[in-house]
Design a protein around this ligand. Structure first.
Ligand code: ZN
Length: 204
């Protein structure tokens, strides 16, 4: 599938990537690799951000993230066994967040993580429902650290060390796991495994 040129240009601008791109190479929406496909279990190689091809992949990952409405996507999910993922977390307008949850629902502008390494996981944890584009339509409760520290290279080739909390830390741990060949269903409490529809039916 392909995107319109103006949408591609908007995504390149959001990424802040400079230089010329062949618009035919960066207008792709990838099909998502689904659970059971061994690509999701393969080893993922270090990525080279100085390569044009890697930057093109990142643009196409952003195109795909928006098309499929995820809050994160990892390279193995689009069929590339490389150590790259992207995350963007915005609170939906209709979310009713009480004061207790406000600290948990952290937000993150579009962020690219190349060759990431989580160097700290907090001992304090929380449980929440998680879903995955590769396990479409389902959710389950997963325990994650409240806080992480991660080293990575960004889309400009700069080395970064960042600390993240709450929901953003959860989203990053989820995507990072994809680079280790791990899927959330491997570590979820599968007694809570549910279709999205059934979950929201129960909550109403
Ligand atoms: Zn996932």
């Amino acid at each position: 599938m392909e995107l319109k040129e103006k949408d591609v240009l908007t995504n390149i601008e959001e990424l802040g990537l400079q230089g010329e791109f062949n618009l035919e190479k960066v207008n792709k929406i990838y099909e998502i690799i689904t659970i059971g496909n061994k690509i999701l279990r393969n080893e993922n190689k270090q990525a080279d951000i100085t390569k044009k091809e890697t930057q093109e992949t990142i643009i196409n990952m952003v195109n795909s993230l928006y098309y499929w409405c995820g809050c994160g996507i990892a390279a193995p999910q689009i069929g590339k066994n490389e150590r790259i993922f992207i995350v963007k977390v915005e609170n939906p307008d209709d979310l009713d967040i009480n004061d207790e949850n406000k600290e948990y629902f952290t937000q993150l502008p579009l962020t690219v993580f190349v060759n990431p390494k989580i160097i700290e996981y907090s001992e304090d944890t929380n449980w929440d429902y998680e879903g995955c584009l590769s396990v479409s339509g389902y959710v389950a409760m997963v325990e994650r650290s409240n806080r992480i520290v991660i080293e990575f290279t960004n889309q400009f080739g700069e080395k970064c060390i960042q600390e993240y909390f709450g929901f953003v830390a959860r989203a990053i741990q989820h995507e990072y796991d994809h680079l280790q060949g791990r899927i959330y269903t491997d570590i979820a409490d599968m007694t809570t495994f549910s279709t999205r529809d059934n979950l929201y039916e129960c909550e109403e």
